[in-house]
Design a protein around this ligand. Structure first.
Ligand SMILES: C[S@@+](CC[C@H](N)C(=O)[O-])C[C@H]1O[C@@H](n2cnc3c(N)ncnc32)[C@H](O)[C@@H]1O
Length: 284
């Protein structure tokens, strides 16, 4: 097993952890900023004689977009729902028809559909997280790489940095995220499909990249075992596939591991005897 930069990256890892902690400490600033923007849009549009429902939709949409700044699911809901809830509480839009209040919820459901919550909420791969990936998982030029659940396309950005000559594809369940990812991915020459990543055929890809919830890993492993061709890679940011032995582990600049598994996959209990436990990275 190869470990990428596990020792050398200790200092940047600590600063990455520190910067994540600093971002957490900035709470509730993202919420206050999002609510302020929601109110500013609402008041501005009403001042321009826009219909109340359109002003509410614009304010609520800004909250949903900015909810990506919330590091946890509950914070994302607080950011997204703060403006419409405060409008409701102040009675500021008493004239609005009842259906108009469904708009913020509909926007939220579009951005975070239920099955995407089950697999992973939106949370992007940092820009430089995959630098060094190509050294551990080398691919030929033109190899196909899939970001399964590509969100807004940040993983595609990081993959493009790692594999400048790869053919990049992303699949995203949420309509608005897929639309935005397609727009962001155009300069990267990456294709984005709106759909279910579990319905994709992984046999055409040389590497499948995942940044999902730990609970999704067993399903991904089963799919990778069934579909990835020998020599192809499954890469998972942060979350380990407990049943597999990694071929290599990259440590990102923020200290998180990228677990790399190569087909045909070795089961952990098959190879546990061959790998001393003291040389394995700590499981999360
Ligand atoms: C943690 S985000 C990662 C986004 C991107 N891969 C990145 O690393 O920046 C996970 C994304 O997976 C999407 N997702 C979850 N389940 C999905 C599914 N079954 N099919 C397609 N996308 C899915 C979510 O909507 C979310 O945008």
């Amino acid at each position: 097993m190869q470990y990428g930069a596990l020792v050398d990256m200790q200092a940047p890892a600590q600063s990455g952890v520190a910067s994540r902690a600093a971002r957490r400490d900035a709470w509730p600033l993202p919420a206050l900023a999002a609510w302020g923007l929601g109110w500013a849009l609402y008041a501005g549009l009403r001042a321009c004689a826009a219909p109340d429902a359109a002003a509410l939709a614009a304010g609520a949409a800004s909250g949903v977009v900015l909810s990506v700044l919330g590091g946890t699911r509950s914070r994302r809901f607080i950011i997204a729902l703060g403006f419409p809830m405060s409008l409701l509480a102040t009675g500021g839009a008493a004239a609005l028809p009842a259906w108009a209040w469904l708009l913020p919820l509909a926007l939220l459901a579009l951005a975070y559909p239920l099955n995407a919550w089950r697999d992973a909420p939106f949370f992007p791969t940092p820009a430089r997280a995959l630098d060094g990936l190509a050294a551990l998982a080398p691919l030929p030029d033109g190899a196909s790489v899939l970001d399964a659940g590509c969100g807004l396309g940040h993983g595609l950005d990081a993959l493009r940095r790692a594999y400048p000559a790869a053919r990049l594809r992303g699949t995203e369940w949420s309509w608005p995220l897929a639309l935005m990812a397609r727009w962001r991915a155009a300069p990267l020459a990456a294709e984005v499909r709106r759909g279910d990543m579990w319905a994709d055929d992984w046999s055409q890809h040389a590497l499948v990249y995942l940044f999902q919830r730990p609970e999704s890993l067993p399903r991904a492993v089963a799919k990778a075992r069934a579909e990835l061709k020998p020599g192809c890679w499954l890469a998972s940011l942060e979350f380990e596939a407990a049943e597999l032995t990694p071929q290599a582990v990259l440590t990102c600049d923020d200290g998180r591991p990228v677990w790399l598994y190569r087909a045909p996959f070795a089961s952990r209990n098959e190879s546990a005897a061959a790998v001393p436990s003291s040389s394995r990275p700590r499981r999360r």
